[in-house]
Design a protein around this ligand. Structure first.
Ligand code: 24R
Length: 497
């Protein structure tokens, strides 16, 4: 049980039981996340339990989340600070995380990936608009609700970046931008864009763009921006990935450019920045429910007006967040004191909308289709392979590197950061994209679009049996499309989108 520790318990006033802690749903280096039940309402929440004496800086996470209110970002409800432990009470997202989802389904079609990526870009752009950089974007921190809508979580490594260069060496190695590995000071948004590129690559290719069993080799590949695209990737997607995975942060795509990109908006309305709904004041239906729970109106108004994130505000937000689907309701909540300076807008309004409200597209038919016809896997292409970012080519690829997902986030002190990955050899420059039997597409060092070179079929084998079958079927379908394009229309060496 988690009691309201702000109230001083006494004989007459026993501690108020706020949350019934259930089981652990996530465990990290500095924290664990438990499923809990909000006792007054019976609604499930997630409680992040942080040991205050670790090297971790918990208040940055709280400060970031207090200025965020977006349908694709996990909502903060309450902060309970004790002598040894910080409890962060948040929205519980019941569909698990993207990493597990990709493990089970062996990768997404471009259509499915587009839906996820659009929601993710909307959430990250919203953070950047409020002067916040996440710095630990990876599938494990991207949660999915029951409708497979994105809920961005874990702002434990986030920071404010407005008007300054950051120097903290942090992130998860396979998703970290080259400039961080090089120990250079960096702009916030650019490192999130790089991580988005790695995530997008992993969603569609079923493996990481940069991988090696050896950290030194891995660091070298990231710093050189050397990765290999599978043949079935469309040229628009290849171009978008290239914009993200551009080694030089000055030439890397911006989030606005990604949101306007052809691939992002194929078959969709152009993705626009999320706009906070107009503030409509405190919701009377919710305050009525709270009065029924014995909470006075004045207490509710004071808690919301002062952005207290206490038990009263939590009850309001929890009831609002789990509102029945339908017309949204809004309250006005001022940003956490001291964040005004870095906030793009002066208000954070807690609009009440069904989860995943902002970009809700019908789940793609492929997502639920049962591809019952087992299509034989294509014969793995033989031949030498250029140094690759993934497993050796010419052989059946081993399972995508899922264990790489669990590489722990690391962070070094703000100044005097030391890089755990050795510096790259001096004088090496990444080769320009070289079409050939096994193409290696390096990232362009300019913002120019690298043409996706001719690509040969390769077999990607997801781990779980059903995921493996789906993954093989997906590659087989792409293989058939590939040859159909080349056999029927006779166009050589031109990869059609
Ligand atoms: C549901 C699951 C797992 N984690 C969460 N939820 N809902 C969270 C919210 C969450 C909020 S902050 C946070 C996690 C976090 N995690 O900072 C879940 C649902 N199913 N299974 C799991 C069905 C970090 C890190 N990213 C610390 C804990 C380890 C992961």
């Amino acid at each position: 049980m988690l009691h309201d520790l702000t109230a001083t318990p006494s004989e007459e006033q026993p501690p108020v039981v706020c949350y019934e802690l259930l089981h652990t749903i996530g465990e990290g280096t500095f924290a664990k996340v438990k499923l809990a039940r909000h006792v007054p309402t019976g609604i499930e929440v997630a409680v992040k339990v942080i040991d205050r004496h670790g090297s971790y800086r918990p208040y940055r996470e709280v400060q970031s989340m207090k200025s965020l209110n977006h349908p694709n970002i996990v909502q903060l409800f309450e902060v309970i600070d004790t002598e040894n432990t910080l409890f962060i009470i948040m929205e519980h997202v019941d569909g698990g995380n993207l990493s597990d989802y990709l493990r089970d389904c062996g990768g997404l079609t471009e259509h499915e990936a587009r839906r996820v990526f659009r929601q993710l870009m909307s959430a990250v752009h919203y953070c950047h608009q409020r002067g916040i950089v996440h710095r630990d974007l990876k599938p494990r921190n991207i949660l999915l609700d029951a409708d497979r809508n994105v809920k961005l979580a874990d702002f434990g490594l986030s920071n404010e970046y407005v008007g300054r260069k950051l120097t903290t060496f942090c992130g998860s190695l396979h998703y970290v931008a080259p400039e961080i590995l090089l120990g250079r000071s960096y702009d916030g948004p650019g490192v999130d864009v790089w991580s988005l590129g790695v995530i997008l690559f992993k969603m569609v290719c079923g493996r990481l763009p940069f991988f090696s069993e050896n950290w030194r080799e891995l660091g070298r590949k990231i710093i050189k921006g050397q990765y290999r695209l599978p043949f079935f990737i469309s040229s628009d997607l290849a171009a978008l990935i290239g914009k993200c995975l551009t080694v030089d942060p000055c030439h890397r795509g911006t989030l606005e450019e990604l949101m306007r990109h052809t691939w992002t908006n194929a078959g969709q309305e152009e993705l626009r920045p999320y706009e906070e709904p107009p503030c409509e004041g405190i919701n009377p239906q919710v305050t009525q429910e709270m009065r029924n729970l014995g909470i006075e109106q004045e207490k509710i108004e004071e808690s919301l007006r002062e952005n207290k994130y206490d038990r009263t505000m939590a009850t309001y937000l929890i009831l609002s967040h789990k509102a029945p689907k339908g017309k949204g309701r809004t309250i006005l909540v001022r940003p956490f004191p001291g964040t005004e300076s870095s906030l793009a807008s002066s208000h954070v309004s807690h609009s009440v909308r069904p989860s995943g409200w902002e970009i809700q597209e019908p789940a793609s038919p492929a997502a639920s289709a049962d591809w019952s016809a087992a299509i034989p896997a294509p014969t793995p292409e033989l031949g030498t392979s250029a140094p690759s970012a993934g497993p050796a080519s010419g052989t059946t690829s081993p399972a995508p590197q899922l264990e790489a997902e669990t590489s722990t986030a690391f962070t070094a002190p703000e100044c005097g950061a030391t890089s755990p990955v050795p510096q790259p050899e001096s004088g090496t420059s990444s080769p320009s994209p070289q079409p050939g039997p096994r193409s290696t597409v390096s990232t362009s060092h300019t913002s120019g679009q690298s043409r996706a070179p001719e690509r040969q079929p390769e077999v990607e084998t997801p781990t779980s049996s059903s995921g493996r079958r789906r993954g093989i079927r997906r590659v087989a379908r792409a293989f058939c499309r590939f040859w159909a394009r080349h056999l029927c229309c006779g166009r050589k060496n031109k990869v059609q989108p």
